[in-house]
Design a protein around this ligand. Structure first.
Ligand code: GDP
Ligand code: MG
Length: 818
């Protein structure tokens, strides 16, 4: 009996709650748990909602919701008994003991599981049905549709399985009557558990239906049928792993012989009995459909969630995905809603974006995403087959190379090297132009404005500081272009895949790799993007190690220092070494953190491998620009302000003696005093006070390190005549010259002798910049995401300590050889 059929004053014991996972979870959270007694306080026909009393609380449900709750009514058992109780004013409540008869009836009802068989044609559904139900079957022709469904039952370990053998379908789209019929059955008949029969000899295609069933958020068990065939053929699949990744139990079966059927039934019972959240072999996964689609799904869901009737019947995520697939049936359902227009508008916007980005319609994009999920899961479950029958052949052939056990990693490194070399060499030309522009601007100000602090501020502060950073814009855009290209063409997912094994060794999983890659752009959005990581522990550790990723803000200082200290052919290598050291540090720290400060277990998940495609120029252009824009914004904000502050600290107080040399004057200034005060802190690294100030200023944002050095080392020629240095090394030669001269003076050696030491100092400086305190914004983001200052301060502290130790060690060891 349904709960909605109980009348006012009646009560019953809850047997089960049907419906999709989201609905069930909500209802169960309200207290409608099987075995509990519920009493109807007020049920007026045709009037919503109905008032119930459960576990001492009053709750309201809609009729349609109460339709999905099955109860065993108290009055059915023995009518007289209830009547006497009511007569004596003893209302039924939770504590009223169950009679033995009642217990027995409850158990019987409770132990009946409605099971629907779903799968592709010829995967073995009917074979299972016949094997399990033996003679107990009847054929039904269902409500107006000319599609057959067979009903039967089977008994196993005290449970009764009511089986329905549904027609075979490849998908759950609205194209064929069979598909619509199966969909309708699943939504309207609300089976307790779905058996998804999978032809394991054709895994990839069969799993497509599985991904759609996952979208529907049903309780499900998969039978990997025809397992005998796969074994004969020599296929390999780690079905345990596959099961973890899909969040669904998967049992190898052979329905012609009955192999695996017991195990399958046991899994069904476990799934049925389990409270979804606490059950280890069931986890509702969201198949990631890529940024644009997911954005569309979110927006559509936002509207659908307002619709109580709809929301209780369907998973809103499923409806949103179906809408994006232009599903006519779902469109019909949506068209009845008050905000149908807005919903369709969101759908169209998302579809247009997808079209623009991929050149595909959203229907294809959804399909690609699902195959990407399957492909990734199969790859991770080490699937291999003797026979190749393949819709995404090109992708698989390319993947065979790019994710190859031996080739994948070298190719990845080679691509990184290529990316950085191109960034340097191609970036050189526009960089020269911008530089000429900055110089021209400086000269213009110098000629037109009268002498005074304003002029000095503009030239040395604004143009010197911002100019030192803005010249890197082309290089940053080129870098972002490569990253965007790799993301959009599908390679980034492979890079993540290649790294997955390594990530597991780090105690993380591949999903953490995406934020880490994003960290190369900017740590702040990368920290936000860790939200997609399911396990809290992995998420925390990912955030903690993210500062090790060289964000774009560090690029100007890398380029500045490598450009002035290293010959052209070594520059890419030096850069690469920094990136790699960051990565290695991240590995080591992650291992350390997962064993100490953030212990816990791991959640499996799928790394999607979407098909390769040529990204559209428009999409790449936009993604590159979106990233570059943030860089420019920062330039006008914090960097401008910081440059002026650094300049002012270096300019004031105005000395009494106007003929004082620039170098001397700087030393007398506030910044000089501050710099000299903290100088002893960095003795072990051989940094001079200007470098120290750069580091101090960089706490605000790492670009400020470059702009500060730009200000501090601007136009000082007091050393340039003291040596035989020939000026061919480019624009940051001044940095090179001054640092080297400083080292020479400090150690009382010649300029020539000082050069290797200065180079070592410069490299240690780079190491320090790589490792130390990321920036205020990153620390704030960690605070925001972890919700505690503790982790934010921990990140700030450990990075700085690490930077100090590593750079000091490298310098001291290096000095032994120089
Ligand atoms: P349905 O279309 O999903 O109902 O599939 P059927 O149950 O009608 O099975 C299709 C064919 O596959 C039949 O010839 C079955 O005998 C065969 N079959 C079913 N299960 C297995 C299995 O596990 N191994 C093998 N080798 N054949 C199977
Ligand atoms: Mg059949």
């Amino acid at each position: 009996m349904k709960l909605s059929e109980l009348k006012t004053g009646q009560s019953g014991i809850i047997i089960k709650v049907s419906g999709h996972g989201g609905f069930r979870k909500r209802i169960i959270e309200m207290g409608f748990i099987s075995g509990k007694r519920v009493e109807v306080l007020l049920n007026a026909p045709l009037r919503d909602p109905v008032k119930y009393k459960i576990m001492g609380y009053e709750v309201s449900l809609r009729h349609s919701e109460a339709d999905l709750i099955e109860v065993l009514p108290d009055h059915e058992e023995t009518h007289s008994e209830i009547q006497t109780e009511t007569l004596h004013g003893l209302k039924c409540n939770d504590h009223a003991p169950l009679s033995d008869k009642m217990k027995e009836a409850l158990k019987q009802k409770r132990h009946t599981i409605n099971v629907a068989l779903v799968g592709n044609p010829n995967c073995g559904k009917t074979s299972l049905f016949n094997f399990a139900s033996g003679a107990h079957e009847r054929v039904g022709n269902y409500s107006g549709v000319t599609v057959d469904a067979k009903y039967g039952w089977a008994e196993f370990e005290g449970y009764r399985f009511e089986l329905v053998d549904l027609p075979g379908t490849y998908s759950l789209s609205a194209y064929s009557p069979e598909e619509l019929y199966v969909r309708k059955q699943l939504v309207e008949k609300t089976p307790d558990v779905v058996i998804n029969v999978i032809d394991a000899s054709n895994l990839e295609r069969n799993l497509y239906l599985t991904t759609q069933l996952i979208d529907m958020h049903l309780r499900m068990v998969c039978a990997l049928n025809m397992f005998d065939e796969t074994e004969q053929r020599g296929d390999h699949i780690d079905h345990q792993k596959l099961s973890e990744l899909f969040g669904v139990p998967m049992v190898p079966t052979v329905f012609t012989t009955g192999r695996g059927v017991d195990q399958l039934f046991r899994e069904i019972i476990a799934t049925y009995e389990g409270q979804e959240d606490s059950q280890p072999n069931f986890r509702h996964v969201h198949i990631n459909h890529g940024h644009e689609l997911e954005h569309g799904i979110d927006e559509i869901q936002e509207h659908l969630k307002q619709e109580a009737d709809l929301r209780q019947k369907y998973s809103t995520r499923y409806l949103a995905i179906k809408l994006l697939e232009n599903d006519a049936e779902v469109e019909k359902i949506i068209s009845r809603l008050p905000d149908a227009k807005e919903i369709i508008e969101h759908r169209n916007q998302a579809a247009a974006r997808v079209k623009e980005e991929t050149g595909n319609d959203s229907e294809t994009a959804v399909m690609d995403a699902k195959y990407g999920f399957i492909h990734g899961a199969l790859k991770e479950a080490e699937y291999s087959t003797g026979r190749q029958k393949d819709t995404y052949r090109t992708t698989h052939v390319i993947d065979a190379v790019l994710t190859n056990r031996y080739l994948g990693f070298p190719i990845f490194l080679l691509l990184l090297l290529l990316m950085f070399s191109a960034t340097f060499t191609l970036g050189q030309y526009p960089m020269d132009w911008i530089e000429a522009g900055v110089e021209w601007l400086g000269n213009l100000i110098s000629e037109t404005l009268p002498d005074g602090p304003i002029k000095d501020m503009l030239i040395d502060g604004v143009v010197g500081g911002v100019g030192a950073v803005i010249v890197f814009l082309p290089q940053i855009l080129i870098l972002y272009f490569f990253i965007s290209y790799m993301e959009d063409c599908g390679y980034m997912a492979r890079a993540a895949f290649i790294m997955d094994k390594l990530m597991h060794k780090m105690g993380l999983h591949g999903k953490s790799f995406i934020p880490l890659i994003m960290g190369f752009g900017c740590n702040v959005p990368a920290i936000m993007s860790t939200r997609t990581i399911e396990s809290r522990r992995s998420r925390l550790v990912t955030m903690l190690i993210l500062p090790m990723m060289s964000c774009s803000a560090r690029v100007p200082i890398y380029i500045m220092i490598t450009g002035s200290f290293f010959a052209l052919k070594y520059r890419s290598l030096v850069m690469l070494s920094l990136y790699l050291i960051g990565i290695i540090m991240a590995v080591v720290l992650s291992r350390l953190f997962t064993k100490t400060v953030a212990k816990g277990e791991d959640t499996p998940f799928v790394m999607e491998l979407p098909p390769y495609r040529f990204p559209t120029w428009k999409a790449i252009g936009r993604h590159t620009w979106e990233k570059g824009k943030q860089y420019l914004k920062k330039m006008g904000g914090i960097i401008l302000v910081a440059s002026i502050i650094v300049w002012a600290l270096g300019y004031f107080p105005i000395p009494d003696n106007p003929d004082m040399g620039k170098q001397e004057r700087q030393e007398q200034s506030y910044i000089g005093k501050l710099g000299h005060t903290i100088e002893p802190l960095f003795k072990a690294q051989g940094f001079d006070w200007k470098l120290d100030m750069g580091l101090l200023a960089g706490v605000g944002a790492k670009e400020i390190v470059a702009s500060t050095l730009g200000v501090l080392y601007s136009n000082n020629d007091s050393f340039s005549d003291d040596n035989d240095f020939n000026d061919e090394g480019g624009k940051y030669e001044i940095l090179h010259r001054q640092i080297t001269a400083e080292v020479a003076r400090e150690n009382g050696i010649s300029y020539k002798e000082a050069e290797p030491i200065a180079t070592l100092t410069a490299y240690c400086f780079l190491l320090f910049v790589l490792l130390y305190f990321p920036c205020v914004a990153t620390i704030a983001a960690i605070k925001g995401e972890t919700g505690s200052w503790r982790w934010a301060l921990f990140a700030a502290g450990y990075t700085t300590a690490l930077a100090w130790i590593v750079s000091a060690a490298v310098f001291q060891i290096g000095r032994l050889f120089i």
